[in-house]
Design a protein around this ligand. Sequence first.
Ligand SMILES: *[C@@H]1O[C@H](CO)[C@@H](O)[C@H](O)[C@H]1NC(C)=O
Ligand SMILES: *[C@@H]1O[C@H](CO)[C@@H](O)[C@H](O)[C@H]1NC(C)=O
Ligand SMILES: *[C@@H]1O[C@H](CO)[C@@H](O)[C@H](O)[C@H]1NC(C)=O
Ligand SMILES: *[C@@H]1O[C@H](CO)[C@@H](O)[C@H](O)[C@H]1NC(C)=O
Ligand SMILES: *[C@@H]1O[C@H](CO)[C@@H](O)[C@H](O)[C@H]1NC(C)=O
Ligand SMILES: *[C@@H]1O[C@H](CO)[C@@H](O)[C@H](O)[C@H]1NC(C)=O
Length: 511
Amino acid sequence: MQSSLAWITLFILVLSHQSTAQFLVEPCGTLFGNSDTNVGPLGVPWMAAISNSTHFLCGGTLIHRSFVLTAAHCIMQRGTLFVKLRAHIKTQYTATHALLHRAFSKSNLRNDIGLLKLSSSVVFDDRTYPICIDLGKGTKDHIEAKGTFKSIGWKAKKTGLELDEVEAVAVNQMNQTECQKPKNTICGALSYACLSANDSGNPLTNNIFFNCTSDREVQFGITSYGTLNGDEPVIFTDVTKYVDWIRETINIFYEEDTSVNTVRAEKPNLPCEDSVTQSPKTPPTQMVQEMWLYRDCGGDTIRSHLLAFIYETNFQANGVFVTDRFVITIARDLPENVYLAPMALNRTVYTSLQVDSIVRHPRYLEDNQNNLALLKLKGPVTIGDLKPMCVLTMKMFQQEAESTPPFTLFDVGETGESISIYEHDVELVNLGECSSRIRGTTGQNQLCIVDSPATNKTFGKRGDFLGKRMMYLGKEWLNLFGIVSYSTNGFHVLTNIMRYTEWMTQVVTVN
Ligand SMILES: *[C@@H]1O[C@H](CO)[C@@H](O)[C@H](O)[C@H]1NC(C)=O
Ligand SMILES: *[C@@H]1O[C@H](CO)[C@@H](O)[C@H](O)[C@H]1NC(C)=O
Ligand SMILES: *[C@@H]1O[C@H](CO)[C@@H](O)[C@H](O)[C@H]1NC(C)=O
Ligand SMILES: *[C@@H]1O[C@H](CO)[C@@H](O)[C@H](O)[C@H]1NC(C)=O
Ligand SMILES: *[C@@H]1O[C@H](CO)[C@@H](O)[C@H](O)[C@H]1NC(C)=O
Ligand SMILES: *[C@@H]1O[C@H](CO)[C@@H](O)[C@H](O)[C@H]1NC(C)=O
């Protein structure tokens, strides 16, 4: 009976999914070796449990020798985090890094995805190997097509603190009418409520038949939040929307562990069969959430940054590279077809590049509010060691930046083939005063500065900008703060670009 059911399922999958897959690691999601090996009927050799020194916190999945995937909110902890894997439950791995998605928001749990980097690599065997993460987006449509998934979670022992077995539940996907789900999530209802340990971080998976030969367990979601009493919706982070982030983050943080074949995870002394103590000298897990719109930004001086000269017959403006492919400038008067020349202080203006498209802020209405545009280039630009300018995306750092004068004003001038940039420290003018001086209105997303003997008369051109230097990880970084929108009577109104980082993030990731 069971086997004929399985065949029907496989048949449907073969019909609807001829997709080819590109997996993060191989082997994954399949039993290699003999299934007669203690993994139990569920066969979940990737299942992980995340804890701190006193409590079980969340579920997670092994997706790579050194990385466990979970919900970001699970690993926003102080102190050291530990990971145990199902088949070797008495072995404890220490997490050296908790890597949170840069757009993770604690308040509304958007982009609730994170990775734990383990202090030593996991040795794969037939009881411990990773679940598949499909980098090839081939399984993306699967989410639309599939009504039912499964979720796996840990059950707690009666004491509540120790883990017992894992259990699988069916999850019925709910559609948009039944569940107003946030972006990049999957909404579902558990078939019955049974998982008694904390469900956050547990995987949402499905079995997929690839190439007509290979049957793989692929992870589609991560339990983010929701009520666990059956009918209420549970929100899962849609893993297929974050595969690029997963791959890039692992590329950056993975160091080949040469001792992989000889060293297992640290084995703590076991006072009794079921409890595990951690060794006292483990350093705390370092929490890393990306600070900036673009990871490879940087430098503390203007000299190390890639700027842009934007022009057309009757138009000139400055712009700043904020990624290797996007330049930010103001939207006002920007012609449809502009030329863009990358430039840097004290270097020649480079050959013009083709602008692929212009994305103006959707609420820019010729009134200088939301006066911003992103110019997308045909391809990425790398010139020497010049970097795009950092844009702070985390509220906490933005607030710190905005509230700590002085700010640095950059007055960019091009004279023939060479560029000069004058740099001054300035303080902001109160917006009320600014409005009365310019005889106009200013909004909360704008900044105002006034000419002083220190500022140069040439300041105030379109796209001149304001920066803020801040310390992070023991280094100073220049962050983009505002771009000159217009000037009247010696007062300069700027667009505060830190109020637009959600829009910018969306434009640079979607396009
Ligand atoms: C472990 O996590 C629990 C639950 O979040 C928390 O109450 C506890 O203080 C944490 N323990 C340590 C040592 O940080
Ligand atoms: C699970 O643990 C996380 C992290 O400690 C916590 O934020 C969340 O509220 C817990 N969820 C439940 C259902 O207990
Ligand atoms: C959503 O699901 C409900 C109940 O299953 C169904 O009646 C409705 O037609 C579905 N809506 C869409 C847009 O698929
Ligand atoms: C499917 O076949 C292609 C081409 O032979 C191969 O590259 C790919 O790895 C296969 N995928 C799986 C999941 O076996
Ligand atoms: C440009 O470079 C030259 C030599 O490298 C240096 O002497 C000069 O001060 C620089 N000018 C500016 C504006 O940085
Ligand atoms: C103002 O600009 C001129 C060149 O236009 C430059 O020589 C001068 O040093 C600048 N003054 C300040 C205070 O930066």
